[in-house]
Design a protein around this ligand. Structure first.
Ligand code: FES
Ligand code: FES
Length: 163
């Protein structure tokens, strides 16, 4: 089938890409734009490893067609930090709390957490667990991930107060 030309705005940069109509957003991010921070685990919407933000909402990029993201704002883990030298408070907290082991789930977890904190800046542990229920981690047992997200929410709130 003929490829379609689409425009993606990824991490603030515009890309024109010719894609197969059935290509997933995950495939295009990884294989056309070389943004391999987005991981593909199950490739069927079960694990959350491929989570990215589209117009600020978390989606499974393995289940999202690239053509559906035409002219939308996509954020991947590569675009979360404000600069190459500074990490996002969520990334810092994941490191500080030991919430990363093999790291395969981490990009998806962090982006799902970003969407959660944007909706609810001070979630309870239960709300965090619920917000991340679509993201699986085989390594950490989730406790440190929940702690990291709580720590990041405090850091983000303190940053806002300081402004
Ligand atoms: S790779 Fe997309 S949900 Fe598992
Ligand atoms: S850190 Fe290994 S799957 Fe989560």
């Amino acid at each position: 089938m003929a490829k379609q030309l689409i425009e993606l705005i990824v991490n603030g940069d515009r890309y024109e890409v010719a894609v197969e109509p059935g290509a997933s957003l995950a495939e295009v991010l990884r294989e056309e734009l070389y943004l391999t921070g987005t991981k593909v685990g199950c490739n069927q919407g079960d694990c959350g490893a491929c989570t990215v933000l589209v117009d600020g909402r978390s989606v499974s990029s393995c289940l999202t067609l690239a053509v559906e993201a035409h002219q939308r704002e996509v954020t991947t883990i590569e675009g979360l930090a404000p600069s190459g030298e500074t990490l996002h408070p969520l990334q810092e907290a994941f490191i500080e709390k030991g919430a990363v082991q093999c790291g395969f789930c981490s990009a998806g977890m962090i982006l799902a957490a970003k969407a959660l904190l944007d909706r609810n800046p001070a979630p309870s542990p239960e709300e965090i667990r619920h917000g991340l229920s679509g993201n699986l981690c085989r390594c950490t047992g989730y406790v440190k991930i929940v702690e990291a997200i709580q720590a990041a929410s405090l850091k983000l709130a303190a940053g806002k107060e300081a402004r």
